[in-house]
Ligand binder design. Structure first.
Ligand code: HEM
Ligand code: HEM
Length: 139
């Protein structure tokens, strides 16, 4: 049908040529961007800034860093091949939610969450170390 072909031609092609690591990082970064904006709006509306560092890291280690690493894998697809990139994607995407959930609990009066902030932080750091090595290898 004519309408179907118009719809099809208007729909942008999926970026299947992107490395898998790039698509995961970019897709994940969009979710963190929306979560970070929602926390920011919540803080602004309530005037309670207790979750400032949660908002900051959701935005910066989530939205900004996930997006930058995704764009890096898109520009340097050879960096996205192999175990280092796989470790990065897994550790970054698992460490970040542990880190920010524990940070939120800690700033909401649960001091027992502190070791989990450390656990998530070290995982995210190890992931970004793997990213740095993966990129350095192909420069
Ligand atoms: C709807 C959009 C946003 C709102 C309503 C918002 C709101 C806020 C609020 C209320 C604070 C606390 C300010 C204070 O403690 O004095 C804050 C801090 C912060 N925001 Fe946002 N924010 C938004 C978007 C962003 C974005 C897009 C980023 C980064 C990509 C960002 C990064 C930060 C950082 C790093 C801090 C901590 C600054 C510091 O420690 O001095 N925010 N934001
Ligand atoms: C493993 C990764 C990271 C760890 C463990 C970490 C840890 C920390 C800690 C402990 C603080 C003080 C928080 C507080 O006062 O409650 C802090 C603040 C901050 N960090 Fe990070 N950080 C990480 C990654 C990043 C990245 C990638 C960025 C930027 C791209 C960033 C930007 C900031 C900013 C702007 C602040 C001040 C925000 C605030 O008001 O709390 N951090 N970070």
């Amino acid at each position: 049908m004519a309408s179907t072909s118009v719809e099809t031609s208007l729909r942008p092609a999926r970026s299947s040529a992107l490395p898998r690591a790039a698509r995961i990082q970019l897709g994940s970064s969009l979710l963190w961007m929306l979560a970070g904006l929602a926390i920011g709006l919540g803080m602004a509306a309530s005037g309670d800034f207790a979750l400032r560092s949660v908002h900051a890291h959701v935005q910066l280690l989530g939205w900004v860093t996930l997006c930058l690493t995704g764009l890096t894998y898109a520009v340097l697809p050879r960096a996205a091949e192999g175990a280092l990139a796989r470790w990065h994607v897994v550790l970054h995407n698992l460490g970040l939610p542990v880190m920010v959930a524990a940070l939120a609990a800690y700033h909401s009066g649960v001091p027992a969450a502190e070791p989990f902030i450390a656990l998530g932080s070290v995982a995210a750091f190890a992931g970004l170390l793997a990213f740095a090595l993966a990129v350095r290898r192909v420069l």
